[in-house]
Design a protein around this ligand. Structure first.
Ligand SMILES: Nc1nc2c(ncn2[C@@H]2O[C@H](COP(=O)(O)OP(=O)(O)O)[C@@H](O)[C@H]2O)c(=O)[nH]1
Ligand SMILES: [Mg+2]
Length: 240
């Protein structure tokens, strides 16, 4: 029935709705395509690592939480016991790669330019430049950022969030995607606890609210406390 005057004139068939071509909708599709293509490359990376017998860790944090320091100290403890290789991600410079080079292990630096995270394609390029030796570990340092790196699978076996005591307890609640994605949390700079207002149990409660099964290490990369437990865990994961 006609909805205007109430007569019984059959209404013309409604035209099919036009496809939603708004920029918001196109953006959502683009993002979904981008993540799907990233996931496909990440699966290929994972296969490559699996075949080579290499366990990969993706270290993420805000800038300055201590990822490179933790890597250098971890490498010092692992050297001579297993092959180690490193992919360094930063927007600019080779500064972190140089710090790793000084330890003597193979490293490749990826500069993302305007990009705020590593993606699986970049990591694949890095893999092509590194020796991947059986029963070894690949350590990937992501770009310092608590947001975007959480969304990009790189083909790693573990995502590690490095969270330092100078950042405030509330970061797990403010950046839940990152703290949900990471299966391992390293609470770094614990040597500074006497000097900063940071409630460790509250911070860890927040982290567990976001991810109840998160594996936690409390340490100081510079002073060395807590490093043994972290390195033992890493060794066990590589042997597993
Ligand atoms: N006191 C203290 N400082 C640390 C610790 N780990 C790293 N730092 C310092 O934090 C700063 C940033 O470290 P860096 O490893 O470059 O952080 P990244 O940006 O996450 O790679 C440097 O000045 C480090 O010396 C730690 O355990 N304790
Ligand atoms: Mg760094």
């Amino acid at each position: 029935m006609c909805t205007t005057c109430g007569c019984h004139t059959p209404l013309p068939a409604m035209p099919a709705p036009l496809p939603d071509t708004s920029w918001e909708s196109r953006l959502v599709h683009l993002e979904a395509d981008l993540l799907a293509s990233n996931d496909a490359q990440a699966a290929r990376n994972r296969q490559l690592l699996q075949r080579a017998g290499v366990r990969a860790l993706n270290l993420m944090s805000s800038p300055g939480a201590g990822k490179t320091t933790l890597l250098v100290e971890t490498i010092r403890r692992l050297q001579g016991t297993m092959p180690v290789a490193v992919i360094e991600g930063d927007q600019q410079t080779r500064l972190d790669a140089e710090r790793i080079e000084a330890t003597g292990v193979p490293v490749t630096q990826i500069n993302t330019g305007k990009g705020c995270h590593l993606d699986a394609r970049m990591v694949h390029q890095g893999l092509m430049q590194l020796p991947l030796l059986p029963e070894g570990v690949l350590l990937i340092e992501n770009v310092g950022n608590l947001v975007c790196p959480a969304a990009f699978d790189l083909g790693e076996h573990h995502k590690v969030v490095v969270f330092s005591v100078t950042e405030g307890e509330d970061k797990p609640l403010k950046y839940p995607d990152m703290f949900r994605a990471a299966d391992v949390l390293v609470l770094n700079k614990c040597d500074l606890l006497p000097h900063v207002r940071f409630d460790v149990s509250r911070a860890l409660d927040y982290a567990r609210q976001i991810r109840p099964d998160v594996q936690i290490f409390q340490l100081s990369a510079t002073e060395g406390s807590g490093m043994d437990a972290w390195v033992d865990w890493l060794r066990a994961r590589v042997r597993a």
